[in-house]
Design a binder for this molecule. Structure first.
Ligand SMILES: [Zn+2]
Length: 107
């Protein structure tokens, strides 16, 4: 129940995609091996550190830069991404107009 699709313009730009799919997790359940690189952006009025792989620049997660209580993991980098079905879309009024028509676009 923590998987969402975000259509906000920050997620469009920062992900380089029409929307971003994320899963939130308490920091206590988050295990990090290796050391990602980070940059801080202001999203919805609050600072968020965006973590990415220093080798390939894959976006990994975001969290408060200081004393985070949760992390927002980028579903695209999660091995179990096929099982992490979104339950809600947020900022849907900012969705790109063709997103709702994906099934109509020829494969
Ligand atoms: Zn967003």
């Amino acid at each position: 129940m923590e998987v969402t699709i975000c259509h906000c313009t920050d997620c469009q730009v920062l992900s380089g995609a029409p929307f971003r799919t994320v899963v939130a997790a308490p920091i206590g359940q988050f295990k990090l091996t290796g050391e990602p690189k980070r940059y801080v952006v202001v999203q919805s009025g609050k600072q968020m550190a965006q973590a990415f792989c220093p080798e390939c620049a894959t976006p990994l997660f975001a969290a408060a830069p200081e004393n985070p209580i949760s992390v927002v993991i980028r579903v695209g980098c999660v091995t179990q991404r096929a099982q992490l079905r979104p339950y809600a879309q947020i900022w849907a009024h900012l969705a790109l107009p063709w997103v709702s028509e994906l099934r109509l676009i020829p494969e």
